[in-house]
Design a protein around this ligand. Structure first.
Ligand code: 2BA
Length: 109
């Protein structure tokens, strides 16, 4: 079994959760914050059998898209990045970041 630790943009999460449910996959949603943009995103924990990893990745890919965020003066980023971020800049975000972790055991107790 594998745990797909999946970081997605908030705008994509509803659609993705629905698609996962429709294909019979369970997920747990956690509110999270990106370390770079310091904006909210969503982390889904998705436990899947090894044979389903590829198809779940495809579901994720099909439901999460890349967007460009413009980081403007006055954003929290500027306070920490100083001169580097003194001009507005475009940052690509997503589709999704997926970490595939081996699961030692899965128990319902
Ligand atoms: P953030 O950390 O807020 O990053 C948002 C986007 O900013 C990233 O999109 C990336 O395109 C850009 N970015 C991040 N660090 C950068 C830097 N030092 N210089 C220039 N641009 C930078 P994604 O790569 O799609 O990541 C989306 C979110 O996924 C991240 O939000 C973070 O929450 C998570 N993430 C990405 N890589 C990660 C990793 N190696 N470990 C843990 N979380 C990660």
């Amino acid at each position: 079994m594998k745990l797909l630790l999946t970081i997605v943009q908030d705008a994509d999460v509803g659609k993705l959760e629905q698609a996962l449910r429709e294909q019979g996959h369970q997920s747990t949603k956690l509110a999270s914050t990106g370390g770079f943009l310091r904006e909210g995103n969503t982390t889904l924990l998705i436990g899947v059998e090894d044979r389903d990893v590829s198809s779940v990745k495809e579901i994720i890919h099909a439901n999460c898209r890349e967007r460009t965020k413009v980081v403007t003066a006055g954003s929290p980023l500027h306070a920490v990045e100083g001169a580097f971020a003194s001009q507005p800049m475009e940052v690509p975000v997503g589709g999704a970041i997926v970490f595939v972790l081996a699961v030692e055991s899965f128990d319902r107790l």
